[in-house]
Structures are given as C-alpha cells and as structure tokens.
Design a protein around this ligand. Structure first.
Ligand code: ASP
Length: 345
C-alpha cells in the first residue's frame, strides 16, 4: 500500500521496542543509534511514506506520567502541518493509558495518530517490532481520524483498548467492542466502527486541551476484606476522585456499612466516586441490585463499560477541567472520544 507523498511523523518514547540485545549498549543507547537502527532494520518504512523521526524520550512506560501525555499531544499539535499521520512508539505496559489521554487531549482529530510497540525488541530474532511498526506506519497513511493502537495486526480505538498479556504477542484487546480493523492479506477496516477518512483539504488542526489532575485513587473490593472509617478519612483527605472496582454490574458489600459511608463522605466533600467492575466484559448497571442502588442514591456514578485505563484518565481529565460536581454525571454519560462504545462524532 504505497501512499505517494504521504508523510508520517514517528515519535519515539521508549519501551521494549528499542531495547538493545547487549546490556552494555542498552545502558547508553543513543537517540541517533535508535534512529539509524530503525532505518537499517526496517528500510521498507521509506517505501510506505516519507518518515520524520523524533525521540521524545526513551523510558520504560511504567514511568510515563501526565507530563509525557501533554508533551506528546503538544508535539502532534505543533507539527500538525508536517505530517499526514503520526506514529508513537511506546512501551506496551501503559500504552492504553497514553492512548486514552491523547484521545481526550486532541478533540476533533482529523488525521490518524497510531500507538505501537512490541513484546520483543526490534534487535532480537523473532521480533514483533518490525511487523508492528510497518502496520502502524501504513495505518498512519490511511486517513482515518482516530487515536488508535495497532498491535499484532489488529487496530483498536485508543479509548477502548486494554493490555491483556505480558507473554503473548497478541498483547491487546478491545474492552467492549470489535476492533477497528485487521492487517491480513489486505488491510480490512471495520467501516461500521472506524471514523471515515477526512479529505486532505479538511484536515484542520484539532483542538488541544491539556488540563488534567492525576490525584485519583483506585480501590478493588475483595469479599470479607475490611474498609475502615480511618481509611475513608485518609482517602477523602488526600485525593480528589475515586474509582471503586466492585463485583459484576457494580455491586459493593452492603453488610460492611463503610462502603456506603465512603460514597456518602465522598459526595459530601464534592469528590466524584465512580463504580467500575472487576469483570472483563459487560457494563455497570447500578439499578439491577439493591447493592448498586444504595450506592447510586449516595451519589456514586457509573463507569459504564469503560476500561480501567480510559476510566481513570477520564476522571483525571474531569478533575483537570474542573467540571462542576453537579455536572459529573453528564460528563461521564457523554462519550468524548468513543470510549462508551459508539463511533465518536
Ligand atoms: N516494560 C515495557 C514498557 O512498557 C514493556 C513493553 O514495552 O512491552 O515500557
């Protein structure tokens, strides 16, 4: 699929992709060394598009923070006229969080932004890095205006993807939707889900909103494990928003009154509390059972069918944008970047 005159900007951030085989080399890997290794090991990238490469950083993605998300969105925004599509090389561990953050920061996207990485370094035998970067660059020339993750021949919406394996090359899954496309013998787009290509003349700059506040806390509920009043006091004193991952459609224990007291205390302090589930598929429904209704009555919100990655970033964005507490439900009901399952408009 040679796209004449297509330009792709590749932003490198780190992860397994660029790890060198030799530990000595790994310690002092240089930006330039990585750039030339990409050119040597994957020369066919130049056949797909004119490539511009930039190393933003070279870190394990467990060290990614809001500053990197803002840096990436700003880099894309500032270089907008220089590319048809952008590829971000990123560690797989937190790729889904970065994809969600970019989906919210860059509203009204009119060009593809594709995140990829690999489970084995580019320099190793049997690497998945080569195929992943080739697919990602091809996808970046496709014109589909989405933040996407492209991995092991599958294309996912950035706001719906989750890392599911640290072992298999098929490392990602879509949380609650079919993938947007597949690279097989051909590149097959799921047209009912993928946003249509925007004509070149209409590829205007997206809007950039970098506001974010990461002061959130995520709790997993375990049967019989206690939540105490002391813990509630500490949590509501230290954090600005909460996600509680309960059971099934969003049920928490009622026998331990502290969960209800937690919801009441959060609401009294004007702190959003979102209910998510430990289930991998399905959606939150706080009306199905008394255990969910009691929480909703005390101001808890539904996390719907969003992945934890997307849900936590959306909560941070809500806090960063200082959405008034009374509008928190509307903010979570509204799909800003296709995170609630449908194609974003
Ligand atoms: N620890 C690595 C990272 O996320 C794993 C990977 O890239 O696959 O940076």
């Amino acid at each position: 699929m040679k796209k004449k005159n297509s330009k792709v900007l590749i932003l490198h951030t780190g992860g397994t992709f660029a790890m060198a085989l030799d530990p000595q080399q790994q310690a002092d890997r240089q930006d330039q060394a990585f750039l030339s290794s990409l050119a040597t090991r994957v020369p066919e990238l130049q056949e797909i598009a004119e490539i511009e490469l930039e190393v933003i950083c070279n870190i394990d993605s467990s060290d990614v923070d809001c500053t990197l998300w803002q840096k990436l969105a700003t880099a894309i925004y500032e270089r907008w006229d220089r590319f048809d599509g952008c590829v971000i090389i990123h560690g797989t561990d937190t790729m889904a969080y970065t994809a969600s953050a970019l989906s919210f920061f860059l509203a009204g996207l009119t060009k593809p932004v594709v995140l990829t990485g690999s489970q084995r370094p580019l320099a190793e035998l049997r690497t998945d890095a080569r195929a992943n970067i080739i697919d990602a660059v091809e996808l970046a020339t496709s014109g589909h205006p989405e933040v996407m993750v492209c991995f092991d021949s599958v294309v996912y919406r950035g706001s719906q993807v989750t890392k599911r394996s640290s072992e298999h090359l098929h490392a990602f899954a879509a949380q609650h939707s079919a993938p947007l496309g597949h690279f097989g013998v051909h590149f097959n787009v799921n047209r009912s889900l993928m946003r249509p290509v925007v004509a070149r003349a209409q590829r205007h700059k997206p809007s950039l909103d970098l506001k974010i506040n990461p002061d959130i806390f995520v709790l997993d509920v375990i049967p019989a494990a206690p939540l105490t009043r002391e813990t509630i006091t500490v949590l509501t004193g230290c954090y600005k928003g909460f996600i509680v991952r309960g059971f099934g459609v969003g049920n928490l224990p009622l026998k331990n009154q502290c969960w209800l007291e937690f919801a009441e205390a959060a609401t009294a302090c004007g702190l959003p509390l979102v209910i998510a589930s430990q289930c991998q598929t399905g959606t939150i429904d706080l009306n199905s059972y008394e255990n969910g209704r009691a929480l909703a009555q005390r101001g808890a919100m539904s996390g719907h069918n969003m992945s934890l990655e997307c849900l936590s970033v959306k909560l941070m964005v809500m806090l960063g944008r200082e959405i008034p507490f009374a509008q928190r439900h509307d903010f979570f009901e509204t799909s800003l970047a296709g995170e609630c399952g449908e194609v974003p408009v």
